[in-house]
Structure formats: C-alpha cells, structure tokens
Design a protein around this ligand. Sequence first.
Ligand code: ATR
Length: 292
Amino acid sequence: MQAIDGHTRLCGLIGNPIGHTISPVIHNTLAQREGRNLVYVPFHVEEGRLRKAIEGAFALDIHGLNVTVPYKSEVIGCLAEMDGMAGKIGAVNTLVRTANGYKGYNTDATGLYRAMRSEGICIEGEEILILGAGGAARAAAFLCVSKGAARIYIMNRTKEKAQKVAEEINHVFGKECAVPLRLEDYGKLQAGKKYLAIQATSVGLYPDADAAVIEDGAFYERIHTGFDLIYRPSCTRFMKLVRNAGGKACHGLKMLLYQGVEAYELWNDVSVSEEDARMVYDKMKEAMGIEE
Ligand code: ATR
C-alpha cells in the first residue's frame, strides 16, 4: 500500500453499486509499480447526487475519476469539456481534471480496441456483428467504424433500438456502414461468410451464466472470433457456443484492464508498458479467482 502523505493524489470511481469493483487493483498496482504517490478508491454515489459528487470532487482537488453504471451518460451534463469520441458515443467513463472542471473521455471504447489488438483481433476491413444496442454496444459500434470496419450489423432483440444506433452511426460517419438486424434474422447474413462478433448485451452475466442471446449452433458457425464484453463469468455461454463451433473466443477482462490503463495514462500523462499491463492483468485475475 502506498504511504499517504501531504502530496498524495487521489483518483477514484463513482457509481452505484460499486462494491464488486476491481478497478482499485488496476490503479493502485500501477501507482505502486511506478512509485507514484497516488491512491484510487471507490465512491458510492446515491441517485440524485451526481452533480454534487462531481463538484465536490473538483473542490477536493481529486485528480481523476472513473464513472460506471448508472452514471455514464448523466455525467456528461456535469463536465467542462468532452473528448470527441466520447461525445459521439454519448457516454463517459473517465474524467480528467482541467483548470475549469473535468473533461470526459470514453476509455471503454479505446480499451476494447487495445484488448482486441492484444488478442490479435483485427477490426479494419472486417464485417462485424454487434449483439446488443445498449450503452456497451454503442461504444463497440462507434469504435469499430472509427477503426475502419467495412460494415457492422447491430443485432438486437428490440429492432427499433438497433435501428436508432445504426442511423446515428451512419449519420456521424457519413456513410451507410451500420445495418440494424433483429437477433433472429441472422439467416439474412451472407451465406458462407465468417464474421467477428462482439457480444455486448447483458445476457450471460453472473449469476445468469447459462444464457446466451442466440442458442442456435447455425449462428455460431458464422463466427470466426467472438469477443464477449462480459468478464464475470470468465467463460460465458456465448464463448462456449463460439468455441463449440470451432471459433476463437475471448472474455471482457482485458477490456476492463485496458480501459483502466488508458485512464491511468490520461491522468498521469504516461505510457504504460505491455509488461506492466500484463502484471496488472495477472493481479486482476488473481483478485477474481480466474486461472486462464
Ligand atoms: P449496457 O449499458 O450494459 O449496454 P443496456 O443499455 O441496458 O446495458 O443494454 C442491454 C442490452 O442487452 C440491450 O441491447 C438489450 O436488448 P433490448 O434493447 O432489446 O432491451 C439486451 N438484452 C438484455 N436482456 C436481454 C434478453 N433477455 N434477450 C435479448 N437481449 C437482451
């Protein structure tokens, strides 16, 4: 544990609930490794108190904050400035202190990109299936198009939501690159083609670990790589179905790692080495009891 003195910088996480978080492992491990006088703590913020919490954090000279459920959109109204990509996504998970208030970033998207790269997964030129049309899916969809995906299919239970996200993406990027699709309409995808799929729904999340949005093996035959944003459990039903059909499957813990690494880099104006990131990742797995 970092020795706390009169120069200790404070960073933290605001959300509700936050009891399950392992983000302190990421930031406190990095700070310790670097010998940086910084500590990171979770702050439980009750509904209706977000603005006060942000103003209070700024007044207390809190250096940087992560923001989690349910405040990733609401927090935008409390910020002095927004990063362009976060503005497009419409969600913020990292606040960086500036002279007049906090600036909002979305390191969920950039963290997903770094996680995918570290797994050898390529986005550029790919046709990508995105399962879901909620906040996590939006971040994944914007990331994929901004990194040069040839086309994305936004597949959702509620078609209207998929349609809305697709329209917005096509408008923002000025091209018809996003196609909305009902989950059960995967038969409309090009026959014989293999896709990268990003599982961005909440289905399969602990404790409902035996569920996947699509069960039909015929769908999984079309997937060469499946990336589940869920990391609890570390092997989701979606991942099992992808592997059963011969594809490669990853869970979302590396995305969590790299969203934290990117936030740490923004707060401290440093670049975290892959070796240090790997060391933090091992600590996260240890904290969560994951072996693979
Ligand atoms: P997050 O911020 O984690 O993305 P969210 O915005 O609530 O959470 O989005 C949850 C996503 O999971 C949505 O795409 C939702 O589909 P709907 O838009 O149809 O609600 C999807 N989802 C949740 N439960 C589902 C279920 N039982 N079957 C299919 N999709 C489900």
